[in-house]
Design a protein around this ligand. Structure first.
Ligand code: S3P
Length: 430
């Protein structure tokens, strides 16, 4: 990881210009995985060439799948699920939670042995949420803490369907179980406590697989095969979020964002911005592969504080770090609750957001399940750290745009996990 420290300065004038938002990370992972499991050639355009999605490509190549990638174009030569081969080395997911959890679902149905590893952050994240139900389906899984932490070893095959009520709202867990269920005998049903992002369901449909959703229960019949499909990946609303917030808080700004994914299970940040009074216009355009997308324009806005809680949390979970930055610039008290899942992301994002923004003078307090921010005061300069978490790094860069002194940010290399062109795009607006 790049360990350089970058000096950042307050935005001298408003941000203005247009950004074509890079590909959605969640959808890019799934396009490669589903292409690798399908029969035929899958062409992906708009792929996100970030470190996480490159880890997914590397893992499937190790299972014998021919994958070509150049920039945002990927070609996957799928030979069906039976075309996946026992890897002759470890599968390294790097920093990617989506890769490891969905991969475990795929491997549960494959009649071979694999060892899955990741970086230090992955080594701290809970895997029992997927390994426990996958074992119930019949997969043999072991690892540190009896299968909760990497390295994990897995021998799959001969799985049977389950009906499973998920204790946590997690699209990664839901997706892993659907991918295992696809290969199991019988019908697998997964019930989530709250609706989470549904990219897996939408993309499986595009690959010819029948998945049914009834309320919060999603069901899949085992034994179906995937047929290759071309995927046009929309821009990542989680990446657009940094510029939506920057456009709101830097005085004199007007920013156009093109090609933003507008899947309602991901679009919570837009609802928060609207109810806080943001000057935001959205022009919904096309839907491809079941995923809606559009362009938007954000201008500097006078905002009211907000509350985020309950069912809304999964629709903006990855945007909370930058929404906390936004709240520091709004007079009044913003409350984020029901977000304990933040503790098991790339870092404990309650601790890292609160700790780092406090170093810049923010009045911010951690709670058991979120944070309280008393905003409206300018931030100060200071030395901060991404802690190797891409979204913490980018949120701090946005914070620096409204700080009254220089901000030094350590560990900026993490940003390439989801947004390799982040600094280039920010500079183009300045
Ligand atoms: C993701 C699901 C979410 C999200 C992550 C990507 C996915 O994680 O935070 O960045 O692609 O399915 P959880 O499933 O842990 O909530």
């Amino acid at each position: 990881m790049d360990e350089t420290i970058k000096l950042l300065n307050k935005a001298e004038s408003g941000l203005s210009g247009t950004i074509v938002v890079p590909g959605d990370k969640s959808i890019s992972h799934r396009a490669v995985m589903f292409g690798a499991m399908a029969n035929g050639t899958t062409n992906v355009s708009g792929f996100l060439p970030g470190d996480d999605c490159l880890s997914t490509i590397a893992c499937f190549r190790k299972m014998g799948v021919a994958i070509e990638q150049e920039g945002d174009k990927v070609t996957v030569e799928g030979k069906g699920l039976d075309g996946l081969k026992e890897p002759n080395g470890v599968l390294d997911v790097g920093n990617s939670g989506t890769t490891i959890r969905l991969l475990l679902g795929v491997l549960s149905g494959r009649p071979f042995h694999s060892v899955v590893v990741g970086d230090d952050s992955i080594g701290k994240r809970p895997m029992a949420r997927v390994t426990a139900p996958l074992r119930q389906m019949g997969a043999q899984i072991d690892g540190r803490e009896t299968g909760n932490k990497t390295p994990l070893s897995i021998r799959g095959g001969q799985t049977k369907a389950i009906e499973y009520t998920m204790p946590v709202a997690s699209a990664q867990v839901k997706s892993a179980l659907l991918l295992a269920g696809l290969q199991a005998e019988g019908e697998t049903s997964v019930t989530e406590p709250q609706t989470t992002r549904d990219h897996t369901e939408r993309m499986l449909h595009a690959f010819g697989v029948k998945v049914t959703t009834a309320g919060k229960t999603i069901s899949i019949q085992g034994g179906q095969s995937l047929q290759a499909a071309d995927v046009v990946v929309p821009g990542d609303i989680s990446s657009a979020a940094f510029f939506l917030v920057a456009g709101c808080i830097v005085p004199g700004s007007r920013v156009h964002l093109k090609n933003v994914g507008l899947n309602p299970t991901r679009a919570g940040i837009l609802e928060v911005l609207k109810r806080s009074g943001a000057k935001l216009s959205i022009d919904e355009q096309v839907t491809t592969g079941g995923e809606p997308r559009g362009d938007m324009t954000i201008s500097t806005s006078e905002l009211s504080p907000f509350v985020i809680e309950g069912e809304e949390v999964p629709t903006l979970i990855d945007e909370i770090p930058v929404l906390a930055v936004l709240a520091t610039q709004i007079s009044g008290t913003t409350i984020i609750r029901d977000a304990e899942e933040l503790k098991v992301k790339e870092t404990n994002r309650i601790d890292t957001v609160v700790g780092e923004l406090a170093k810049l003078g923010a009045d911010i307090e951690a709670t058991d399940d979120g944070m309280i921010i008393r905003g409206g005061k300018p931030l100060t300069g200071g030395k901060v750290d991404s802690h190797g978490d891409h979204r913490i790094g980018m949120a701090l860069v946005i914070a620096s745009l409204c700080a009254n002194g220089p901000v030094e940010l350590a560990n900026i290399g993490a940003i390439s996990v989801s947004y390799p062109q982040f600094f280039e795009h920010l500079q183009s607006l300045q």
